[in-house]
Ligand binder design. Structure first.
Ligand code: BDP
Length: 598
C-alpha cells in the first residue's frame, strides 16, 4: 500500500489534531447511531493512545469501545479527484463512518488501512468522520489475548484482559490520518528491488497501474536532482553508473519518479519512491550488507513514550535515533509489532538497519517472565486456523507496506512462540512460504530462552535465529558468574546444533536510574553495566553471533504487575530518553568494534 504523498498529480491533507472522543461504557453507541455525532464528547489528541491523556484510571484501563470524530471541509479543487481516507494504524479494531455511512472495518492495530470516499465528499458541507475503536484482544488476532468477563452484584459487567506480552495495551488512533487524492488512471503500487555489479547499481522496478495509460516513464534522480538513470514500462531495470550504495554510515537515497502519460502526452499520475541501493544476504553464518559481513549493534525498541503511549511522535523518534547514533548503534528491531511507516522513512534517511517484526508476540502458554515448564499451545487447539490466517495476512500486509525501504534487512516472523512443539512446524512453514513468495529478504524467528537449541522445531526453517537471553536475571538472579557460564553453554549448543547465524535479539536487566550499589546488586546501575560487559565478553567468543540488541532502548510501560516497577526498566535510557550509566561503556564498545558495522 503506497504512502500518501504530494506530487504533481496528488495532494494530501493531514487530519492530525484534537478530535472529539467519547467512551462507550455499555457498548450501545452503535445502536444509538453515535456515528452521526457524539452526544457528549471530550477532547482527544490524534495521533495518540487515549489511555494516559486524562487523569482517570478508569479510562486508562477501560476495556471496550471508544469513539472518535472530526469534521472538516474538503478543498474545492479536490472535486475532480478520487478521495481516500487513510489511517496509519488504529489499535486494535476499528470501524469508520463518513457522513453516517460505514466505509471500512479493520482488525489489525499496527498496519494502515483506507477507504475510498469519493462519493461521500460533498463540496458545500463539512465531512463528518467517525471511528469506533475497540481494544479487546482475542486468540484469533495478534498479539493474542483474552477478555474474561464477570458480572458484578450490581449487574455491571467487569472485563479483564489476560495478555502474554510485556507491554501496556495502549490503544487509540495511533498514527497519522490522511485524506489524499488519486487520479482516475493511477499508480497503485511500486515495487523496488536493488543490486549492483561493480560500481553500477541496478534498480528493478515493477509498477502496478489502474486504468488505461499510454506510457509509463521511470527516472532516478540523485541527491543533487540530476537524472542518473531512466527507463519505461511497468517492469524495468534502471542502471545507475558510479552508484552510491546505501548503508548506515552512508544512507544515500535516490528518488525514483514514476509517471503515467496519456497518448497526447498529458501527465496522468506521478508518484515518487525513495530508493537506497543495497544488498542483504546471509552466508557463512553471517549477515552481509553490500557484499561484506555486518555485525548488528543496537536495540530492541518499543513505540512507547510518557503521556503519548504508542501514539506517533516525531519528537521522540528523532531523539531516539540521535541517541542510538550517539551510542554507535547501527540497527534496531521493531519489537514486537510493525512500527509507523514514518519511523522507517526516518531509518532510511538516518541510516539504521531494521529487523521488521510482525505482531506475533505471546504465542505461548505463559506471560512474562516465562519461567518453568511451558504448556503446549499449537497441539491443544489454542492456536486456531483463524489465528494462522491472521498471521499470514499480517505478514503479507507488512511486506507490501515496507518492502521498498532500504533500511529493512530482515523480517522477524514471531517473538518467543511455543516453538518446541512439532505442530509449530506446519504453522510456521505456512508463514515462511508467504514471506518467501513476496520477498527475498532473510527471515528471522526470535526464540524464547527456555526453548533449548535441541528442542526448537522452527529455527531450522529460518535464515537467522534470534535469541533472547536473560541468564543471571530470570535464571540464577543476580549471579553473573553462573549467568556467564550458562550463556556460554547455551550459545555453544546453538552453534553446534544450527548452521545459521544467531543474533542476540534481547539481553538486559531492569535498572532503576539513580540506584547505585557497590558491590552491584540487581536493579542498580552498576549491575546493568556489569551484566552487559559480562555478556559482551561471551558474544565475542562466538563467530556465529551476528549482532547484539540490548533489551531495551528505553524504559517502557507494561501492565501493573509485581515483577514491574511502573513498567519495564530494562532501558539503556529512561522513558524520558535520558542516559543511564551503562550508556557510556556500551558506546565505547560499539564505537570501537572492529567487525563490519555497515
Ligand atoms: C522477553 C520479551 C520482552 C520482555 C522481556 C523482559 O520478548 O517482550 O519485555 O522478555 O522480560 O521475554 O523484559
Amino acid at each position: 500500500m503506497l504512502y500518501p504523498i504530494d506530487t504533481l498529480t496528488r495532494s494530501k491533507k493531514n487530519l492530525d489534531g484534537v478530535w472529539n472522543f467519547q467512551v462507550d461504557r455499555d457498548g450501545s453507541g452503535r445502536s444509538q447511531s453515535w456515528y452521526n455525532g457524539l452526544p457528549s464528547p471530550i477532547q482527544m489528541p490524534v495521533p495518540s493512545s487515549y489511555n494516559d491523556i486524562t487523569t482517570s484510571a478508569e479510562l486508562r484501563d477501560f476495556i471496550g469501545d471508544v469513539w472518535y470524530e472530526c469534521r472538516l471541509y474538503i478543498p474545492r479543487d479536490w472535486k475532480k479527484d478520487n478521495v481516500f481516507l487513510r489511517f496509519g494504524a488504529v489499535a486494535h479494531t476499528a470501524e469508520v463512518w463518513v457522513n453516517g455511512e460505514l466505509v471500512v472495518e479493520n482488525r489489525n492495530g499496527f498496519l494502515p488501512f483506507e477507504a475510498e470516499i469519493t462519493n461521500l465528499v460533498r463540496q458545500e458541507e463539512k465531512l463528518h468522520i467517525s471511528v469506533r475503536v475497540n481494544n479487546e484482544l482475542t486468540w484469533e488476532m495478534l498479539p493474542p489475548g483474552e477478555i474474561v468477563t464477570k458480572t458484578l452484584p450490581d449487574g455491571r459487567v467487569e472485563k479483564t484482559l489476560h495478555q502474554q506480552h510485556d507491554f501496556f495495551n495502549y490503544v487509540g488512533i495511533h498514527r497519522p490520518v490522511y485524506l489524499y487524492t488519486k487520479p482516475d488512471v493511477s499508480i497503485e503500487d511500486v515495487v523496488v528491488d536493488t543490486e549492483f555489479t561493480g560500481d553500477v547499481g541496478h534498480v528493478h522496478v515493477g509498477v502496478e497501474t489502474k486504468g488505461e495509460a499510454a506510457s509509463i516513464t521511470l527516472t532516478v534522480q540523485n541527491r543533487d536532482g540530476e537524472v542518473v538513470a531512466a527507463g519505461s514500462g511497468d517492469h524495468a531495470t534502471l542502471d545507475i553508473p558510479s552508484v552510491q550504495l546505501w548503508s548506515p554510515n552512508h544512507p544515500y537515497l535516490y528518488l525514483l519518479h514514476c509517471k503515467l502519460f496519456y497518448e497526447n502526452g498529458e501527465l496522468l499520475d506521478h508518484y515518487v519512491v525513495s530508493v537506497g541501493v543495497r544488498t542483504v544476504e546471509v552466508k557463512d553464518r553471517q549477515v552481509w550488507l553490500n557484499g561484506s559481513p555486518v555485525y548488528l549493534t543496537g536495540f530492541g525498541k518499543h513505540e512507547d513514550a510518557d503521556v503519548r503511549g504508542k501514539g506517533y511522535d516525531a519528537v521522540t523518534n528523532v531523539r531516539d535515533f540521535n541517541l542510538m547514533k550517539e551510542c554507535g548503534a547501527n540497527s534496531f528491531r521493531t519489537s514486537h509489532y510493525p512500527y509507523a511507516e514514518e519511523i522507517l522513512q526516518l531509518a532510511d534517511e538516518m541510516g539504521f538497519l531494521v529487523i521488521d517484526e510482525t505482531s506475533a508476540v505471546g504465542l505461548l502458554s505463559q506471560g512474562v517472565p516465562a519461567t518453568g515448564e511451558l504448556e503446549p499451545v499449537f497441539s491443544n487447539g489454542r492456536i486456531t486456523k483463524e489465528l494462522k490466517n491472521y498471521h499470514v495476512d499480517t505478514v503479507r500486509r507488512l511486506i507490501e507496506r515496507d518492502r521498498n525501504h532500504p533500511c529493512v534487512i530482515m523480517w522477524s516472523i514471531s517473538n518467543e512462540a511455543s516453538t518446541m512443539e512439532e505442530e509449530a512446524i506446519p504453522y510456521f512453514q505456512r508463514i515462511i512460504d508467504e514471506v518467501r513468495a513476496l520477498d527475498t529478504r532473510p527471515i528471522m524467528n526470535v526464540n524464547l530462552m527456555l526453548i533449548e537449541p535441541e528442542r526448537c522445531e522452527v529455527s531450522p526453517l529460518v535464515d537467522v535465529i534470534g535469541l533472547n537471553v536473560y541468564f543471571g536475571w530470570y535464571s540464577t538472579p543476580g549471579d553473573l558468574v553462573k549467568g556467564k557460564e550458562d550463556l556460554h553453554d547455551y550459545l555453544s549448543r546453538w552453534e553446534s546444533h544450527h548452521q545459521q547465524p544467531v543474533m542476540i535479539t534481547e539481553y538486559g536487566v531492569d535498572t532503576i536510574a539513580g540506584l547505585h550499589k557497590s558491590p552491584p546488586v540487581m536493579f542498580s546501575e552498576e549491575f546493568q553495566v556489569e551484566f552487559l560487559a559480562t555478556y559482551h565478553a561471551v558474544f565475542d567468543m562466538f563467530s556465529n553471533v551476528g549482532g547484539e540488541h540490548i533489551w531495551n532502548f528505553a524504559d517502557f510501560m507494561t501492565k501493573q504487575d509485581t515483577v514491574r516497577v511502573d513498567g519495564n526498566k530494562k532501558g539503556l535510557f529512561t522513558r524520558n530518553r535520558q542516559p543511564k550509566m551503562a550508556v557510556h561503556s556500551v558506546r565505547e564498545r560499539w564505537k570501537s568494534l572492529k567487525v563490519g558495522r555497515g
